[in-house]
Design a binder for this molecule. Sequence first.
Ligand code: ADP
Ligand code: MG
Length: 456
Amino acid sequence: IWQVALSDLETRVSRANYETWLRNTELISFEDDCATIGAPNSFAVEQLRSKFAAPIQETLSLITGRPVAVQFAVLNSDRPALHPTPRRQARRTAVAELEAPPTPSSRQLELTVTPEHGLNPRYTFEKFVVGANNRLAHAAAMAVADRPADKFNPLFIYGGVGLGKTHLLHAIGHRALARRPQLKVRYVSSETFTNDLIHAIRQQRTDEFRNRYRTIDILMIDDIQFIAGKESTQEEFFHTFNALYQAGKQIVISSDRPPKAIHNLADRLRSRFEGGLLADIQAPDLETRQAILAEKGRELGVRVPDDVLEYVARKIESNIRELEGALNRIVALAQLYHRSITLDLAVEALTDSHAEARRQQLTPEAVIDAVSQQYRVTVPELVGPARRRDVVVPRQVAMYLMREELGLSLVEIGQRLGGRDHTTVLHGIEKIEQQLQNDGQLRGEVLAVRERLYGG
Ligand code: ADP
Ligand code: MG
C-alpha cells in the first residue's frame, strides 16, 4: 500500500520535496485505519509531520477508501522497518518512539477514536448539517438520544455510501452520554459484532457475550447489511435484539438499503427492523452540499471563499465523504505551497485526482482478473475449491487486495471468491499482511498486481 501511496504522493508534491522527505520513508504498521510512517531521523519526522501529514493522510484515505489517521516515528536503523512477527509488538515499539504530539494543524485532519464506546469525537450533532435529504433521520436520531427506547425502537437508518449514517450513529451516542453519563452506550460495526460472536463461540463463552451486549442501554450497529447470509450471527443477533428490546433498551441500526432490500436476511429479523422507525438519508442537494463544505472548512480552521464552496459542491454530487476529501485536498495543497484558497487553486487540486478516478473504475472482477494474470492461475481455479499452494497464495492476495483497494467487507470478499467463509477471508488477509512484512518476493508480486490494476 505504501508503494502505491508514494507513487500518488510523487505526483502531488514537488520533486525536491519528494526526494528529500518522502522517498526514504517506510510503513511501519497499518492497523485499525491508523498508519505509522517511519522516517530515518527526527528532523525528517518533524518535517513530515508539519508539512506532509495532510497529503499522506489523504492519499492513504483515497487508496483505502476509509478515513485514515497518520502518525510518524523514527526508523531504527538496525531494525528493519517492517518487523516480522509479532505485529503487535512491532507497533508498540514504533509508538514508543513517537515524538511529541503532532502540531494542531496536522492534527486537524486526523481521526481519533475513543475505544470504550467506539465513538469518534468528530461525529457529533453540532457538526451535522441538516438538509431536506436527512431531516427525518436527524430528527429521529435526536429523539432517540434524548429519550432512548421511547418511541422509535429500533431506529433503522438507511442510505447510500458516505451520506452520514455512521456520523448520525456516533452523534446519538455522544448526545445521550452528554445528558446521562451513566448510560451504557456502545457503537459497533456489524463486523465487530460478528467477530466478537465468533470469538465467543470458539471460546465457549456465548453467555458472557450475551450478557455483555444485553446490558447496554443504547446499542448502535452500523452497516447491518453485512450480517445478511450469516445464519448463526443472525440467530444470535435476534436473541440479543429481543433481550434488549424487552429490557427497554434502545437499538439503532444502519444499513445501505431498507430491510426489505437486504437479501438473505432472516424474515424474523426483517420484521423486527420494520417494527420500529425506518428513516432514509438521500443525497444532499446543492445548498446542503455547500453548507456541509462550509462546516468542514470551519472544522479545519480555514476560510473557504463562497465561489470555491460552490465549485466543489457542483463538482461532487453524490457522496459527502468525497466532498470532504476534495476539500481536504484543496486545503492540503494550499498549506503545502503556502497559497491562499482560491477558485484557481481548487480547480488545480481537483483536476489532478487521477488516483480517485482510477479507484472508481476498480471492481472486484478487475482484482481477480489481475491476480489471475499475474500468477497464471485461471479464474475458476481462484474461486474454486483447490487448496494447492500455487492457488491458495494468489487467492489470498486477491482477498487482501479487495480489502485494501476496494474496502470490501470480509463477507463480500468471500462471496466474490466462490462463497468462502468470512473467517477464511480474514485468515487469508492476515496471512498476506504478515508475510508482506518480510517476504520480498510476495511484496513484488502484490506490487505487480497493483500495477496491472492501476496501469503502472
Ligand atoms: P456513511 O456511514 O453513510 O457511509 P459517514 O457517516 O461515514 O457516511 O459520512 C461520511 C463523511 O461525510 C463523514 O466524514 C461525515 O462527517 C460527513 N457527513 C455526512 N453527512 C454529513 C452532514 N449532514 N453534515 C456534516 N457532515 C456530514
Ligand atoms: Mg458508515
